[in-house]
Design a protein. Structure first.
Length: 86
């Protein structure tokens, strides 16, 4: 899973559940540096300037695990496979 893979590279993970993701709600969660939204991949792009910290979609997590942005493409970041996290 995404959580296990991030933990395996030393990243602390907190699971948050909410009905609606809003900038105001995320601003109140002060103990994290970035968010990964598994609800809607567009959240990372829509109204981006309203969020004070990064909001990533699951497809972008692979770039955190293997920090190589040379292959980054927006269209690739919207798609992820469970193979990316094994």
């Amino acid at each position: 899973t995404i959580r296990k893979k991030l933990q395996s590279v030393g990243i602390k993970v907190f699971l948050l559940v909410m009905d609606e993701v809003t900038p105001e709600y995320l601003d109140n969660i002060t103990w994290v540096d970035a968010f990964i939204s598994t609800a809607c991949p567009r959240l990372a792009f829509e109204d981006l300037s309203s969020y004070r910290r990064p909001v990533l979609n699951p497809g972008e997590v692979k770039y955190i695990i293997k920090p190589d942005l040379s292959t980054y493409e927006l269209s690739n970041s919207l798609i992820y496979s469970l193979k990316d996290f094994q």
